[in-house]
Write a protein that binds this ligand. Structure first.
Ligand code: APR
Length: 249
């Protein structure tokens, strides 16, 4: 990370009228939450197909028994890190309009982010598929640990985590907001995501096609880099605070 690159990105964000951030699991690894596809990522230790919505519907007991451990890893008690705080500072200073995140850990809001678009739902709640009652995901997981699989609502309905599962439609309002931000922004800061999963993976291209300046901050190469004016192969907890500081200078 060199100062000139940081300054250039800071100037681009300062000049932008409608900047948006797109984040993934890489912004939370410094908080102790593993990512999915980086070194030692969750998909090296768990089978993605165990968490497809088809399996939830066909084998809810087996799904919930597997979900207990994954839930603990992606929604554990974690605190925001310097990357979350830098994005919250950029939002508070008016340099970022919103953070569109694929993460379900709630750490952008915990850092003070107010306009957070949660594309993949949230990890702290579960909802009854019969009566729509919302319960704390931890309470449902506790019941599974105590032998109640699948956990059921008081009405007898099946509980489902509020995290969007593979094969499941994204929350309509969040998807619409994310697409609107991508189409209407003049700068997009992409941080800590491998851009593997659609539709999030296509948002940077959508932004670039609308004329937005792209910036990518990621430990590993991503497909957005070749459209990006600013590319940092580095740690989000170093680059984002440096950019936030430079913008405020
Ligand atoms: N600084 C910069 N980059 C980092 C850091 C860090 N501190 N830690 C990890 N990374 C990078 C990894 O190298 C990886 O390229 O962040 C990226 C995270 O990519 P993924 O693990 O694929 O996570 P994400 O892109 O958010 O996955 C999208 O896939 O499994 C589904 O629903 C799940 O929301 C998730 C979606």
């Amino acid at each position: 990370m060199n100062d000139a690159d940081v300054t250039a990105l800071a100037e681009a964000l300062a000049a932008a009228d409608r900047a948006v951030a797109l984040t993934g699991a890489g912004v939370s690894t410094a908080s102790g939450i593993p990512d999915f596809r980086g070194d030692g990522g969750l998909w090296e230790r768990y089978d993605e197909s165990d968490f497809h919505v088809r399996r939830f519907l066909a084998e809810p007991s087996a799904f919930w028994r597997d979900w207990v451990d994954l839930h603990a890893e992606i929604s554990g008690n974690a605190a925001p890190n310097a990357a979350h705080e830098a994005l919250a500072d950029l939002e508070a200073a008016g340099h970022v309009d919103a953070v569109v995140t694929q993460n379900v850990d709630g750490l952008h809001a915990a850092a003070g982010g107010e306009r957070v678009v949660r594309l993949h739902g949230r990890g702290d709640r579960a909802t009854c598929r019969r009566c729509d009652a919302s319960v704390a995901a931890e309470a449902a997981v506790e019941r599974v640990r105590d032998g109640e699989a699948p956990p059921r609502c008081d009405c007898g309905g099946l509980l489902k985590p509020d995290t969007v599962l593979f094969g499941e439609r994204l929350p309509e309002a969040a998807l619409s907001a994310a697409e609107s931000h991508a189409a209407g922004c003049d700068a997009m800061l992409v941080a800590g995501t491998s851009l593997t999963v659609e539709p999030a993976a296509s948002l940077p291209r959508r932004a670039a096609e609308g004329g937005a300046t792209l910036a990518v901050v990621n430990a590993e190469p991503t497909r957005a880099a070749d459209r990006a004016a600013h590319v940092f192969r580095g740690d989000v907890t170093e680059v984002l605070p440096a950019v936030a500081d430079a913008v405020s200078d």
